[in-house]
Design a protein around this ligand. Structure first.
Ligand SMILES: Nc1ncnc2c1ncn2[C@@H]1O[C@H](COP(=O)(O)OP(=O)(O)OP(=O)(O)O)[C@@H](O)[C@H]1O
Length: 362
């Protein structure tokens, strides 16, 4: 049974007209996990979130969240009656209230019976317990954003909308906040719609992906599959990569390495995963995968996997993106066009993938 038929998930049909721009999309998103709306600036991501929130009218549209109808025909539930949390690029905190009062402010409008995320849990998840007595102007950008997210969560939303929550932060702060977002994802059963135009964020956080272009949906589906489709934009450029599911199978304490098993074999990576049997999601960037025709013995690369070339696509003037089947798992390798020619790579070719970098993302 589909999510829609089961009364779960987020279904939205939205048409919005702005001068010189029209949004016309149908979304059918899973009822839990992170769905990322990804696309270039101006493609309509924020317009879409605002329409789902009811901040913007989309006449004739419909919005249903886990079976609860927020808009359909004549029915239009105003934003303040929709159980949603909205996190913006910059946390909009009240400057005259300390962090605790900022958090409590959001909760007051939620009826006691509907409070499903206790304040203490939101505080703990975002790691802001030590900041409760502070005023917003004494917080760093990353801390403010964590408070903003905790405040949205503490209202026990049925849907969390996040509009580029990391966009205003520098790389250091982004790195600081991403683990908290991953925890939310793992520990809370609230669907999240996450707007981003950063491919690396999407790779770390998204379960489901909606690729948008000029007000339309280009493709929608499970993130790992869409990220590696060579006919779609995410599978190109320096940040392209694959995400695969793996399990921790061992540790090499002497060398500080963790062993993972995935459909395509075994991977070693420095320090990751806390216990044997743990399910993890790993990201393997296309630029960290090189190809050889015979397995190399005298190489510093630990992870060498037999693979079959499934497809190739030009990626800029000098590079080629190579799609690989590795025991049923899909990886990408970004190599130079010259190397592809020298190795005579074509569909069906048997190769060995040398995987230089593996990172656990979940
Ligand atoms: N209130 C408005 N009036 C007129 N045009 C608007 C309005 N809001 C948005 N637009 C236009 O609609 C288009 C989509 O904007 P939107 O903010 O949804 O894009 P986006 O994908 O979120 O972009 P970004 O990644 O830059 O935030 C843009 O061309 C924008 O200029």
């Amino acid at each position: 049974m589909s999510d829609a038929a089961a009364g779960t998930g987020v279904q939205a049909r939205l048409k919005v007209e702005h001068p010189g721009f029209s949004l016309d999309i149908a979304l059918d998103l899973p009822g839990r996990g992170v769905s990322a709306l990804f696309g270039p600036s101006g493609c309509g991501k924020t317009t879409c979130l605002r329409a789902i929130a009811g901040l913007l009218r989309a006449p004739g549209g419909s919005v249903v969240v886990n079976g609860e109808c927020w808009q359909d025909g004549a029915r239009f539930v105003p934003t303040h009656r929709r159980a949603l949390g909205y996190v913006f690029q910059e946390a909009r905190l009240f400057a005259h209230l300390d962090v605790r009062r900022n958090l409590e402010y959001g909760i007051r409008r939620v009826a006691t019976a509907q409070r499903r995320v206790p304040l203490a849990q939101a505080v703990e998840l975002l790691g802001i317990g030590h900041l409760l007595a502070r005023r917003p102007d004494t917080l760093s950008g990353g801390e403010r954003q964590r408070v903003g997210i905790a405040r949205a969560l503490a209202t026990s939303p049925r849907l969390l909308l996040m509009d580029e929550p990391l966009a205003s932060l520098d790389l250091q702060r982004k790195r600081e906040i991403l683990p908290y977002l991953e925890r939310l994802h793992a520990e809370l059963d609230i669907p999240v719609i996450y707007v981003s135009h950063a491919a690396d964020e999407v790779a770390r956080l998204a379960d489901h992906l909606v690729l948008m272009e000029a007000g339309r949906v280009l493709a929608s589906g499970p993130a790992p599959a869409l990220m590696t489709r060579l006919d779609l934009p995410l599978a190109h450029g320096d940040t392209a990569g694959a995400v695969v599911d793996a399990t921790v199978t061992g540790f090499d304490a002497a060398f500080g390495l963790t062993q993972l098993a995935f459909a395509g074999g075994t991977l070693w990576l420095p320090h990751g995963g806390s216990r044997i049997g743990l399910a993890v999601r790993v990201r393997i960037q296309a630029r960290d995968v090189s190809l050889t025709l015979t397995p190399q013995a005298d190489t510093s690369v630990l992870n060498i996997l037999p693979a079959t070339v499934t497809d190739l696509a030009q990626d800029g003037p000098a590079q080629v993106m190579v799609g690989l089947d590795v025991g049923g798992a899909r990886l990408l390798a970004r190599i130079t066009r010259k190397s592809a020619a020298l190795l005579r790579l074509r569909e069906g070719a048997a190769v060995h993938a040398q995987v230089k970098g593996v990172a656990i993302v979940d």
